[in-house]
Structure formats: structure tokens, C-alpha cells
Write a protein that binds this ligand. Structure first.
Ligand code: HEC
Length: 125
């Protein structure tokens, strides 16, 4: 991140380069969020949703897209999951897990980290 900022400052005349590095920076942050989300998912969700004999349903792209918007799915997760311990992750962690779920099910191509401003975005399988 620091390197991108430095690059931007050095090329004061190259405005296009600055815009490109800004989107690179957001893309990198999105990838890091997906990675954090994957770790959280493995620790907090997979035992029910991905394990043999787990009590949770498979979280397929079709199932997740049924929630229609990112905000609705976020609210469901925060209010109901993990089953038996709803709300036990921080708000940021719920966004991280969601970023991973959507990316791994091909429901989004993350160009920026998810947050409350992403709520209105529609999900399409
Ligand atoms: C202890 C087991 C358990 C854990 C841990 C768990 N879930 Fe679930 N999950 C369930 C069960 C059971 C259901 C079905 C609930 C129902 O139908 O009321 C469910 C349902 C869901 C659904 C809705 C699926 C649908 O068909 O609409 C989503 C989305 C979901 N879980 C996400 C998560 C996420 C994200 C995590 C981790 C933060 C998580 N779950 C952790 C058991 C679990």
C-alpha cells in the first residue's frame, strides 16, 4: 500500500497512473478481505456447512443469491449465524466472511472491500 502511494506521488504528472494505483490498492484490500474471510469461515462456519454430517445446509451460489441483496444476506448472517451464537463476530468479520462466500461462489468479482455501503448491491447467480 505504501509503495502504491509513493508511486503516485512520484508521478505527479501521470494522473492516469494514480487512478490505476488507487484501483489496484482497493483490489488488494478486497483480496486481503477475502483471505481473512476464508480463515474465519473455516473456523466459524465450515464445521456445520461443509463437514460430513454438518447440521447446516450447503451454502451454494443459488442459495446465497436467493437473498437478493448483499445487505439482506449480511443481516441474516449477523442475526442468525453462527447457529447458536448469533452476533458473536464483529461487524467487520461478518463483512469478511461474506466477501469470501460471494467470491468463492462467483457471485462477485471484488474490486473493493465490502462494507455497509455495499448493502444495496444485488446478488445474481
Ligand atoms: C452450529 C452449526 C452452524 C454454524 C457454526 C454456522 N451455521 Fe449457518 N446454518 C446452520 C443451520 C442449522 C442453518 C439452517 C437454519 C434455519 O433453517 O433456520 C444455517 C443456515 C445458514 C444460512 C442460510 C442458508 C439458507 O438456506 O438460506 C447461511 C447464509 C448461513 N447459515 C451462514 C453461516 C455463516 C456465514 C456461518 C459462520 C459465521 C455459519 N452459518 C455458521 C448451522 C450453522
Amino acid at each position: 500500500m505504501t509503495r502504491a502511494a509513493t508511486f503516485c506521488l512520484l508521478i505527479l504528472t501521470g494522473q492516469a497512473a494514480c487512478v490505476a494505483s488507487e484501483s489496484d490498492r482497493l483490489g488488494e484490500q478486497a483480496a486481503v478481505q477475502v483471505e481473512r474471510g476464508e480463515n474465519l469461515y473455516t473456523q466459524k462456519c465450515a464445521s456445520c456447512h461443509d463437514a460430513e454430517g454438518g447440521i447446516g445446509p450447503r451454502l451454494t451460489g443459488k442459495v446465497l443469491a436467493g437473498y437478493r441483496t448483499i445487505g439482506t444476506l449480511f443481516d441474516y448472517n449477523r442475526l442468525a449465524m453462527p447457529y447458536g451464537a448469533p452476533g458473536s463476530l464483529s461487524e467487520e468479520e461478518y463483512w469478511d466472511v461474506l466477501a469470501y462466500l460471494l467470491e468463492s461462489r462467483d457471485l462477485t468479482t471484488p474490486t473493493a472491500p465490502l462494507n455497509a455501503r455495499s448493502s444495496e448491491l444485488e446478488l445474481r447467480d
